[in-house]
Design a protein around this ligand. Structure first.
Ligand SMILES: Nc1ncnc2c1ncn2[C@@H]1O[C@H](COP(=O)(O)OP(=O)(O)OP(=O)(O)O)[C@@H](O)[C@H]1O
Ligand SMILES: [Mg+2]
Length: 1103
């Protein structure tokens, strides 16, 4: 395929070539997917050949027999009720039909649903699904199928799913309260329902609104034979738990309740109990609170029990009939259930108050009136409850947002019905169906044909029956049946059903579709099938005979005010809210609009609403009257086909065009398929479309140009156009994508390029910098080498010059030396001897000192070694050196002493000065350390007293022997020397014997021998001297004498006289005794002995 690409048009040229070929390929594709595949009969009646009633029915039957219950007439779906479940609604089927063209697959209700949903979502057109057909034809089922399909294909997500679930679950609730078994249908809708499902722009459901139309409330109090009351009553009794029933004061037995017909209380295949659970569950999902659901059931129970209230006549004195409640038990229970005062309700059943011109008139009710009142109350209670339910559901499912919504309406109304006895309800129901048929005719037959004419399209008119005339008979404002009925109801005077019939007979007698025996027109005078109290209408779907009885009452829908006031007074909040007119504060004397006029108005609104939407039709057909599967009663089907006008529908369809569209939107939609029209067409839209269609080479017979619209005959052509558009849109999208991607890549590339340049510049700069630094470094190195080399060269030269100079100088010096020596040689020898001697001496002294250095003795002060003298002439130097060295090492030794050591050595030195070479005992004392306190008085507890008596520092504490002057024997005494005193104490007791202040000590005497005797002389005249001097002997004489000397010196600043002599005098009291030391005998070993020789002599023998 050649494609001329340009950024505006892409491959427009290519489109033209091949519309025809595209049609062919489509046709080929359809070999796989078309409703023509494996078709049973024909799937679309438009294809039926020949077309007549017989072939039409045969086709339906053939398809029905093969379980093909759906057949098309163009875009209308005919559905034949199979009365059994078919496997054609599975999730797989949903997937099959999803996003497929209408004619792609075999006819199905899903195809129509998909079409409607997609045009709602994609083309923004509000849709409505109109489901028509008589009672039992399958409308309600069809509406549920449409809803479940849409729910399955539209958006997903938690919120959306909840909305869907609520929308779907509203069905079981409304069916329980609004459907009932009739002779025609086990689940017949007894109310009309129109549901708007709202979607957002994406096609996700947002919520919905349900409108309900006139519930057949007469069913609450009375059901025709073979029928049931509303399902909910049976469901409640069979499904509720014992506990709930007890609470609602109900019993399970149906026969206990007058309002429940017994002959068909059980319906085959229906499990009321299970359905009750389903309904309760559905209520919960829809959003009913528990208390709300309970209130609803209480109202249902109250209605059921109302039917059991019975009245008996009671004559009063004034002859008027009066009624009385037979058994008040039921009334009591109702009142308990609803919170109404029993007396109030009882009175409301017995009296009727009429207010006129501010006057209240109370009349008693007779039995018939009482029953009427009871039934009216039951009907009203139930129908108002039903409307409340719809409102409550609406509240739950209403869309939460205020965004613009797209709407899909689904209409499921009670079907056309003909019973044995047809009353006001059937009249209303059939009127509604009449209107629906009207709208179908309007939109498909009439409007379509009129449009062709309007648009100047060549057209041969097709006849069809237009039921507008019947609608007019019923709804005409001046002489329509409903208007007559209202007139009768409002007219003062006695009004009965008969007067109403009379009126009808007068007004409508001439109407073609109105039949009455009493009418002036004599046509039916002899028609025995037409009873006197009836009138007959020829509806589009057949003749229906209406019993006039009850029309007036039902239209009036009268509830005595006493009853509505009683209800308003109920303690039950729900019941109270159902009867707002019972509020005495809001009494409204105006008559409420009649049931008929209300219905007419709501139907008119509905019709108006439907006309604004794009209609989709499902026409349901009932195959038999027995609710049986596999039975196809031709006559019955034939009748429905006729009145539904299906054959005409096919004819119009066949003659007409499948699709039309105004030129502007058409051009707008397809202009991208042609080069001339894309992107803008300058001329009028029509010529644009002409150019477009010519370019695409669409066969001429496939379309026609109207005044304002293009008409396309075949859906296939439209689909081909759509396909091309889709493909073209894809191309355009690709083009946009391409340009965008190109732009994105280019911008990216340019950015990369710019960045690359920047990076490259930086890299180069860096490299150049590096190189420059290298070159610079190399240049410097070379420079420095060269400079170095040059410098070294100069240095070498300079050194050479210097050496040359030095050499010259040396040579010169030597030369001069030689000269000088030569000149002075004669003077040299005269002084040589002296010089040599001095030099030699110097050398010897030098050598002596150096050798001495190596021969030094140890540093010990007692080391006596000293190297020998090498030369005699150095003798004095050598001795002096020895002395200096000894002094030096003594000083060294002394420098190491601590203060204490110093003290000890000072004492020792003192001792040496005092006794060295004077006393023979001295040498033995040198090695003994001076301890002073030999007796540890402080530590010994024995001397505690002694210690306490002495406050001063003790310098000597030692045991000495005190020599007794009488016999020379000795006793042990403790000798204590303190700073100021000398003390003697008893060795054993520690008691102080004598105390001598140091100032009183004058002298110490001792021998020069090796003994420890010494005498302490005291000052004459002193106190201590009274007893005389002391003579002691001690092992530590030297130490004691030294310490005594030092202490006395430091305390008295006087030197103690120490006398060393082998003979001295000691003053004992008055006598002076001489102590004499002699070299003694060896008797006592080495211990000296002392002996008194006479009064004047003590002799000490020292060994
Ligand atoms: N598509 C179907 N598949 C199987 N059974 C169906 C189908 N459509 C209808 N039926 C059967 O037919 C019965 C009647 O259908 P439905 O209640 O939809 O009729 P209707 O047209 O709503 O009647 P009415 O006007 O009385 O409400 C259903 O209860 C069901 O048993
Ligand atoms: Mg129904």
């Amino acid at each position: 395929m050649e494609r001329t690409q340009d950024c505006r048009g892409g491959s427009v040229g290519a489109q033209r070539v091949h519309f025809a070929s595209h049609l062919q390929t489509m046709a080929k594709m359809e070999v796989k997917t078309s409703l023509l595949d494996n078709m049973i009969g024909v799937g679309d009646m438009v294809l039926l050949e020949p077309l007549n009633e017989e072939t039409f029915i045969n086709n339906l039957k053939k398809r029905f027999d093969h379980n093909e219950i759906y057949t098309y007439i163009g875009s209308v779906v005919i559905s034949v009720n199979p009365y059994r479940s078919l496997p054609i609604y599975s999730p797989e089927k949903v997937e099959d039909y999803r996003n497929r063209n209408f004619y792609e697959l075999s006819p199905h209700i899903f195809a129509l649903s998909d079409e409607a949903y997609r045009s709602l979502r994609d083309q923004d057109k509000d849709q409505c699904i109109l489901i028509t057909g008589e009672s039992g034809a399958g409308k309600t089922e069809a509406s549920k199928l449409v809803m479940s399909y849409v729910a399955a294909v539209c958006g997903k997500g938690a919120e959306v799913n909840q909305v869907k679930e609520q929308l779907l679950q509203s069905n079981p609730v409304l069916e329980a309260f609004g459907n009932a078994k009739t002779v025609r249908n086990d689940n017949s809708s007894r109310f009309g329902k129109y549901m708007d499902i709202e979607f957002d722009f994406k096609g996700d459901p947002l919520g919905g609104v349900i409108s309900n139309y006139l519930l057949e409330k007469s069913r609450v109090v009375k059901q025709p034979r073979g029928e049931r009351n509303f399902h909910v009553f049976y469901q409640l009794l069979s499904g509720a738990s014992e506990e709930l029933l007890h609470k609602l004061k109900l019993e399970q037995d149906f026969s206990r309740y007058n309002y429940l017909s017994l002959d068909s209380a059980k319906v085959n295949g229906v499990d009321d109990a299970a359905n009750f659970r389903t309904v309760r569950n559905a209520m919960q999902i829809v959003g009913f609170m528990d208390h709300e659901a309970e209130s609803v059931l209480e109202v249902v129970a109250a209605v059921l029990k109302l039917g059991n209230i019975e009245f008996k006549p009671e004559s009063r004195v004034n002859g008027l009939d009066e009624s009385k409640i037979k058994d008040k038990n039921e009334l009591k229970e109702i009142c308990e259930l609803t919170g109404i005062d029993q007396s109030v309700l009882e009175r409301a059943f017995s009296f009727r108050t009429v207010e006129a011109k501010q006057e209240k008139v109370s009349t008693t009710l007779n039995v018939a009136q009482a029953y009427y009142a009871r039934d009216a109350l039951a009907k009203n209670l139930y129908s108002r409850l039903f409307s409340w339910l719809v409102n409550r559901i609406n509240e739950s499912i209403k869309a939460q947002t205020k965004v613009r919504k797209k709407v899909m309406g689904v209409l499921d109304i009670y079907g056309f019905e003909i019973f044995e006895d047809n009353s006001f309800e059937q009249f209303i129901i059939n009127y509604c169906n009449e209107k629906l048929q009207q709208i179908f005719i309007e939109l498909t037959l009439k409007e379509e044909q009129e449009e062709y004419i309007r648009e100047d399209i060549e057209w041969t008119h097709i006849d069809y029956f237009n039921n507008a005339i019947i609608c007019d008979l019923i709804e005409n404002n001046t002489n329509g049946i409903l208007a007559m009925l209202d007139e009768e109801c409002l007219r003062p005077g006695t009004v009965t059903d008969d007067t109403f019939l009379e009126k009808l007979n007068q007004v409508c007698a001439t109407h073609q579709h109105f039949e009455s025996r009493m009418s002036r027109c004599s046509r039916f005078l002899n028609d025995t099938s037409l009873p006197h109290s009836c009138f007959r209408i020829q509806h589009y779907a057949g003749k229906v005979l209406y019993q006039v009885e009850g029309f007036v009452d039902k239209n009036n829908d009268l509830l005595y005010r006493d009853l509505s006031q009683a209800m308003w007074k109920a303690g039950h909040a729900l019941i109270k809210s159902l009867f707002p007119e019972g509020n005495p504060a809001k009494i409204n004397l105006k008559r409420p609009p009649t049931a008929g006029s209300q219905f007419k108005a709501s139907v008119a609104t509905l019709m108006k609403n439907l006309q604004t939407k794009n209609p989709n039709y499902i026409r349901c057909i009932k195959p038999n009257d027995k609710k049986a599967a596999h039975v196809f009663t031709e006559s019955l089907v034939c009748h429905q086909i006729r009145y539904l006008g299906l054959l005409e529908n096919v004819r119009v369809r066949r003659a007409g065009y499948a699709f039309r569209q105004a030129y502007e939107p058409c051009l707008e939609r397809y202009k991208m398929l042609c080069k001339q029209t894309w992107p803008h067409w300058k001329g009028p839209a029509r010529s644009g479309v002409e150019v477009l269609f010519n370019e695409l080479e669409i066969p001429m017979e496939e379309y026609s140009f109207g005044r304002s619209k293009i008409f396309i005959r075949n859906p296939r052509t439209l689909f081909a156009l759509e396909d091309l558009r889709k493909q073209r849109l894809e191309d355009l999208a690709t083009l946009i994508q391409k340009i965008y991607r190109g732009w994105k890549c280019r911008t990216h590339f340019l950015l990369m390029k710019k960045s690359q340049i920047v990076i490259a510049a930086w890299c180069r700069r860096y490299a150049q910098q590096k190189r420059y630094q290298q070159i610079k470094a190399s240049a410097l190195a070379i420079q420095s080498y060269i400079r170095g080399w040059k410098a070294r060269k100069i240095l070498r030269e300079l050194k050479h010059q210097k050496r040359c100079k030095a050499a010259a100088t040396t040579i010169a010096a030597y030369w001069h030396g030689t000269q000088v020596r030569r000149e002075y040689r004669k003077y040299f020898r005269a002084n040589a001897g002296k010089k040599i001697y001095e030099f030699t001496l110097q050398r010897i002294v030098q050598k002596y000192f150096l050798e001495m250095k190596n021969k030094m003795p140890s540093l010990s002060p007692i080391d006596k070694n000293w190297p020998s003298r090498p030369y005699l002439f150095l003798d004095s130097t050598h001795k002096e050196l020895k002395r200096i060295f000894h002094l030096w090492r003594c000083k060294k030794y002394r420098d190491q002493f601590t203060d204490q050591q110093k003290l000890i050595y000072e004492e020792k030195l003192e001792a040496s000065e005092l006794f060295k070479d004077k006393k023979a005992l001295y040498p033995s004392s040198v090695g003994q350390p001076f301890q002073g306190a030999y007796l540890e008085i402080n530590k010994n507890p024995k001397y505690k007293k002694l210690k306490d008596a002495i406050e001063e520092k003790i310098i000597i504490a030692e045991v000495v022997n005190k020599i007794n002057r009488a016999n020379g024997k000795s006793t042990s005494r403790i000798f204590l020397l303190t700073n100021n005193n000398l003390l003697l104490a008893d060795q054993k007791s520690g008691q102080i014997k004598s105390e001598v202040p140091l100032v009183d000590v004058t002298k110490v005497s001792m021998s020069s021998q090796n003994d420890g005797f010494f005498a302490v002389h005291l000052k004459e005249g002193s106190e201590a001297a009274s007893k005389g001097d002391f003579l002691f002997s001690s092992d530590h004489l030297i130490e004691m004498a030294t310490k005594l000397y030092r202490t006395t010196l430091s305390q008295t600043k006087q030197k103690l006289n120490i006398e060393i002599s082998d003979e001295f005098l000691v003053q004992f009291r008055q006598d002076k005794v001489c102590v004499k030391f002699i070299q003694g005998n060896q008797k006592n070993g080495s211990v000296p002995t002392c002996k008194r020789k006479n009064n004047r002599l003590l002799e000490v023998a020292v060994p």
